[in-house]
Design a protein around this ligand. Structure first.
Ligand SMILES: Nc1ncnc2c1ncn2[C@@H]1O[C@H](COP(=O)(O)OP(=O)(O)OP(=O)(O)O)[C@@H](O)[C@H]1O
Ligand SMILES: [Mg+2]
Length: 316
């Protein structure tokens, strides 16, 4: 009989983590990542992304909940679960005094890959990471972007079915970042499921099919990237108002108008909508706009919308 529905590459259920200092880093996180997916975990600093990744890759103990990796329960069969995973941690953690080729071969050796086979794989991975010319230099002399690519090459040495990357492109300039995106796309296209965390919406947009946004230990949004992007078709402006703001604000169809402070209005409206409609309606109410600012960073803006005090009450 053919295998029916595939197990998720990652299945997390009601995951909670309280650190010794009582910080509740995860407050009940559930998510599924299907095989073959390219999945982004987005969230502001301190949201709990690295904690989640740490638990999945067995570096951090969970407080409660469960983790399954291709149907293997992490608590029940940690070693088998770990064999499915390649991890690229947030901090660079290889020995700077080793050569890239040795870093890769020794890592594979640790996971039981014979040396001859490891040498072959190292060449493939170093070439894919565009580091083949650097195979025998001291790793300390690699640039920041090269070090990050070396971390990816190392994680691929065990041919993981699930590659997990914690901010793989942090602090890397845009050109090198784009090069890394290509490498990751190739890896995904060859069948490896990828989960990455990032602060860059552009990165998630260019790479990922599905996304979860995590904030203060909770998932606040989850679904296909394009659904999320459709929500971003809303634009936000802050309007500086001359004089006071009247008690009653005009109702402008399709927009959400709120009072930001005594002399600032916050308006959210579809990108396609004409701003003049807003100005005209405000004018009719005797509200004079002195100046306006866009709320520019889309991801930051989205976080604020999803996680701010008014979350759930605004039309997004
Ligand atoms: N080892 C630890 N001991 C105590 N608290 C921790 C530990 N690691 C993380 N935390 C706390 O848990 C919360 C979540 O941290 P985490 O590193 O998971 O966030 P993050 O989403 O990865 O953030 P960033 O984007 O800055 O990397 C934070 O409040 C952090 O201070
Ligand atoms: Mg982190």
């Amino acid at each position: 009989m053919p295998e029916i529905a595939a197990n998720p590459a990652l299945s997390v259920r009601d995951l909670r983590k309280t650190y010794d200092n009582r910080v509740e880093a995860l407050k009940g996180v559930s998510l599924d990542v299907m095989p073959g997916d390219f999945f982004a975990l987005l969230g502001p600093n301190g949201a709990g992304k690295s904690t989640l990744i740490g638990i999945v890759s067995s570096l951090v103990n969970l407080s409660s909940g469960s983790v399954g990796i291709f149907g293997i329960d992490l608590a029940r069969d940690r070693a088998a679960a770990m064999r499915q995973i390649g991890l690229v941690p947030q901090e660079i953690n290889f020995n700077m005094f080793e050569k890239p080729v040795d870093i890769l071969v020794n890592y594979a050796g640790f996971y039981g890959v014979p040396r001859e086979e490891a040498l072959k794989r190292a060449e493939v991975e170093l070439r894919r990471a565009q580091l083949w010319e650097k195979a025998n230099v001291m790793s300390r002399t690699l640039s920041g972007g090269m070090k990050r690519r070396l971390m990816i090459a190392r994680a691929m040495m065990t041919a993981p079915r699930l590659l997990i990357l914690d901010e793989p492109t942090a602090g890397v300039d845009i050109e090198i970042r784009r090069g890394m995106w290509k490498t990751l796309k190739d890896i995904n296209a060859s069948g490896t499921t990828i989960i990455l965390t990032t602060h860059y919406l552009e990165e998630a947009e260019s790479l990922c099919r599905n996304v979860a946004i995590i904030d203060r230990g909770r998932i606040v949004e989850q679904g296909p990237m394009r659904t999320l992007l459709a929500k971003l078709d809303v634009e936000g402006f802050l309007l500086d108002i001359d004089g006071g703001i009247p008690a009653s604000l005009p109702v402008i169809e399709g927009t959400t108008l709120t009072v930001a402070d005594d002399h600032t209005l916050d308006v959210e409206m579809p990108r396609a909508m004409d701003l003049n409609r807003v100005f005209a309606a405000l004018d009719l109410h005797g509200i004079r706009v002195r100046s306006m600012r866009t709320k520019s960073n889309r991801l930051e803006e989205l976080f604020v919308r999803l996680t701010g005090e008014n979350a759930g009450t605004k039309a997004v």
